[in-house]
Structure formats: C-alpha cells, structure tokens
Ligand binder design. Structure first.
Ligand code: 2AL
Length: 244
C-alpha cells in the first residue's frame, strides 16, 4: 500500500515530523510518503492561509495519482481542500480533523479540541458540526502558540499539556483531540501527563486511510465527488487546468 501524507504547508521540517508520526503507526508493508507543496504558505493559521494552501495541496494529489497512490492523508487540522482532493483522487482521502474527531468519538461521550491560535477555533467548530460532532465536541481551546513555534519554542510542550488538562476539566470531556499536525510528537507524552486519551489526527488518519484501502473502499464517484469537469484555468492557475 502506498500512502501519500500531504502536509499542505510548505515547511519541510514539519513534513518530516508528520511523516514520522504516520510511519510510527503504519502497518508493515505500507509505504508512507510524506510531502509538502512547493507553493503556498509556510504555515496555515487563517482562512486566507487555508485558501491559498489548497492549489499546492491539489497539485500533490494530482502527482500522487500519476504515481499510483493507494490513499491520502491531508495533514492540517483545518482539513483544507478535502472535498476537492476527493474529486481528484481515486483512493480514499482523510483529513486529520475528520479522523481525530471520529477517533475521539469512540473513546467517550464528549471530546475537547486543543489548537494553536484562537483565530483557528471557529474553523474547528465548523468542522465538528460538518462531521456530525456538534454535540460531542464540548469545547475548542487555543494555546496562543503559532504553528511554527511548536517546533522552536522550548515551552510549547508544557503549554499544550496544561491546555489539554484544563480543557478536559472545563469541558468535562473524556478525550482531547490535538488541533495541529505540528503537535503530533507531543501526543503520547500529553496523554501520559493528563491520564486521558489524547488523539493525534495524523496517526488516526493514517490508520483510517489504511483500513479503508484494506476494506476495498473509496470515495463514491457517481455524483458530487466525480472528477472535476474539464476546463482551462487562466493566469497563475493555468497549470491547474483540467484538459480532459
Ligand atoms: C495547522 C496544521 O495542522 N498545520 C498548519 O499549518 N496549521 N493547524 C492549526 N490549527 O493551526
């Protein structure tokens, strides 16, 4: 099985971290290729960033199709471009927010999300409702740590850990979902520190994507998620044209 894990931001060190998290849970025989686009924002923490990350993400899906990818993970917690990615891909495409919330729903009645900046909490709430977890998501909390500071700030681990502990108490939830792919390496340590299940969406999406491939299941292609119609694109988006 060939799993293409796409970090939709362009920071290679974060892509390496994401690849390690995916490989740590992938089955023997699964080849995990962790990649990031050449074009786009270095981190995704606004609607603007998210919108402009999507062309690069879709180029990576198109490349995966040419190379025969079995499935894809979109490794950013806003799940940018997920529906468009499903139109392009033959195999299943799983977003890490979608995977993290589904996993957490197996672990208790309610879960909390702990994310980076307060401005990303609206998107997390929107996704919880879109995925049908509006009543199971009991709170979305921010750490006020920008995405790229998760790597560079030596205090980040303890701030995220304490926000997870606080979220669990305030919300009365059973589990915590980490709201950024860049938190993947913190997951096991936080779970141990707070004594509750903590879900990293990168790991959850990896295992769910593998499971769907093993079940022989992929996106329905008869209607909404059929390949996008052929048409030219103009200007800087000319390379995204659909020629046939
Ligand atoms: C993210 C994420 O997972 N990757 C990124 O660049 N931004 N999420 C977030 N809440 O800031």
């Amino acid at each position: 099985m060939f799993l293409r894990v796409i970090n939709p931001n362009t920071t290679a060190s974060m892509t390496r971290l994401i690849g390690e998290a995916a490989r740590a849970v992938a089955a023997p025989g699964t080849v995990v290729e962790a990649v990031n686009p050449e074009t786009g924002p270095v981190s995704i923490e606004s609607h603007y960033d998210e919108a402009l990350a999507v062309p690069g993400l879709l180029a990576e899906i198109a490349k995966g199709e040419r190379e025969g990818a079995s499935a894809y993970v979109v490794a950013c917690f806003g799940d940018p471009g997920l529906d468009a990615a499903r139109e392009l891909a033959t195999g299943p495409v799983i977003g890490i927010a979608e995977a993290g919330m589904h996993a957490a729903a197996f672990l208790g009645r309610g879960f909390s999300v702990v994310t980076t900046l307060a401005r990303t909490t609206g998107r997390a709430w929107d996704l919880a409702r879109t995925y049908g977890f509006g009543e199971r998501c009991l709170g979305v909390h921010s750490c006020e740590i920008p995405v790229l500071h998760l790597e560079s700030d030596p205090g980040a681990r303890s701030v995220v850990t304490e926000q997870c502990r606080r979220a669990l108490e305030l919300d009365g939830s059973d589990a915590v979902v980490l709201g950024c792919a860049g938190m993947a390496d913190l997951c096991a340590g936080i779970s141990k520190a707070i004594g509750a299940p903590v879900v990293d969406g990168v790991a959850a999406a990896t295992v769910f994507a593998e499971s769907l491939v093993r079940l022989g299941l992929s996106t329905g292609k008869q209607g909404e998620f059929a390949g996008p119609p052929a048409k030219p694109f103009t200007g800087v988006l000319q390379p995204w044209s659909r020629l046939q």
